[in-house]
Design a protein around this ligand. Structure first.
Ligand SMILES: Cc1cc2nc3c(=O)[nH]c(=O)nc-3n(C[C@H](O)[C@H](O)[C@H](O)COP(=O)(O)OP(=O)(O)OC[C@H]3O[C@@H](n4cnc5c(N)ncnc54)[C@H](O)[C@@H]3O)c2cc1C
Length: 372
């Protein structure tokens, strides 16, 4: 082993979408960064992401948006329906698209290539994140390193323990994701339908015409592909015409959690929190984590003793709101009783009757508000 010590500003553990994008943003701000991932191969992720307006701007500034070759599909209208109220809730924004749907795997490939070009990514490194410490010697591939800050972005399915406590909310949901083509144009509308057994989202999918959509159905119940397809057919035949499903359907366990603070680490993305996908905001919150980190790195020296705590208390606030909102929403719809029905009706009619409230909802969904 050589004696030389490599000195860096940041170690990022986990090169998923959030860790990789954080690395590019920190490099752009002239920090010295090393990223490690335990896997060599880029995982195949057959999901789509609804990227909100704030995240799109952020990706554009980093030169990532312009590299997307498949056509991101704008979301111009969001239509929400449920099994309790008669009329739908409609959210529209005239000045810009509320979000854009992109392919996860395409973006991950682009950001990983950028990391490779910058020569800041090391894969196949399976360090135990529980024993890492900032400003202490860390051995990676037989070389000595010292990092001022350690960022943990290992997602939610990880082996963090003891030092990385989490509050869990296990709803036992699974999300089923797939694609279908259809005869009619999707008109760039996104749908969220609250069914008695779980929410169903249908979004326009990247494609050369407007005749491909993707769905995410989340439920606690055992359900077959055939049952999901017939539910979607029933709900979307009128708006989308004849539907033709792709054979593969992918299953993702949903395990919402909030990470407790640990002064030695900065948690980003799903390592800090993961929320039910019903609001389509999990990854967008990860982008806000990165934006906050960049802002703090410009404001405070990395050696500032309260750096990590200030970051954490800021980001856990919005994360907790989303965590609670999505969990409560699912709970209310899944547990039909007179009280829950009343609460849903009041919320629904407030959104339906007050334009101001709807505008606030739209701004929040677009990532255009800062809660603190
Ligand atoms: C069905 C579904 C649909 C969704 N749709 C949306 C949406 O429309 N909009 C939205 O905003 N969000 C959405 N989300 C949420 C979004 O997918 C996640 O928030 C986001 O992908 C998390 O990214 P991440 O980089 O934090 O974690 P991950 O993508 O999980 O990346 C973690 C990385 O860390 C690596 N790693 C793990 N352990 C270690 C270790 N010990 N050492 C080194 N590396 C390690 C892994 O190999 C991986 O590369 C959805 C989620 C689901 C389940």
């Amino acid at each position: 082993m050589k004696n030389k010590i490599h000195k860096y500003d940041f170690l990022i553990v986990g090169a998923g979408l959030i860790g990789s994008i954080a690395a590019l943003a920190l490099c752009k701000n002239k920090f010295k960064v090393l990223v490690i991932d335990k896997k060599k191969k880029i995982p195949v992720d057959e999901r789509t992401l609804a990227v909100n307006a704030n995240s799109k701007d952020f990706l554009s500034n980093l030169g990532i948006w312009a590299s997307l070759k498949s056509k991101p599909q704008p979301i111009n209208k969001i239509i929400i329906k449920d099994y309790i109220n008669e009329s739908p809730l409609i959210f529209e924004n005239s000045s810009e698209a509320m979000g854009n749907v992109i392919l996860n795997s395409e973006m991950l490939k682009i950001v990983r290539e950028k990391l490779e070009n910058l020569k800041i990514l090391k894969t196949n490194i399976d360090l135990n994140p529980n024993i890492l410490l900032p400003n202490e010697n860390i051995i990676i591939n037989k070389e000595n390193y010292i990092f001022k800050k350690i960022i943990i972005s290992v997602g939610k399915n990880n082996n963090l323990n003891l030092n990385h406590k989490s509050i869990k909310f296990d709803q036992g949901h699974n999300s089923f994701v797939g694609f279908f083509e259809h005869d009619k144009d999707h008109q760039n509308y996104a749908y969220e339908i609250f069914n008695p057994y779980g929410p169903l989202a249908v979004l326009p999918s990247p494609s050369n015409n407007k005749k491909k959509s993707t769905f995410i159905y989340s439920t606690k119940n055992e359900i077959s592909s055939r049952q999901i397809q017939s539910l979607i057919k029933k709900k979307f035949k009128q708006s989308h015409g004849q539907l033709y499903f792709e054979k593969s359907m992918y299953k993702f366990p949903i395990t919402p959690h909030l990470r407790k603070n640990n002064k030695d680490f900065i948690y980003l993305g799903d390592s800090l929190k993961s929320i039910h996908p019903v609001a389509g905001q999990g990854w967008n919150l990860g982008i806000k984590d990165i934006q906050k980190l960049i802002m703090m790195s410009r404001t405070y020296p990395l050696s500032y003793k309260d750096f990590n705590s200030i970051y954490y208390s800021n980001r856990i606030f919005e994360s907790t709101l989303y965590f609670s909102f999505t969990s409560i929403l699912n709970y209310l719809y899944e547990n039909k009783n007179p009280i829950n029905t009343k609460i849903i009706k009041v919320g629904y009619s407030s959104l339906s009757n007050f334009q101001l409230l709807r505008d606030l909802f739209i701004k929040q969904a677009m990532g255009r508000t800062n809660l603190i």
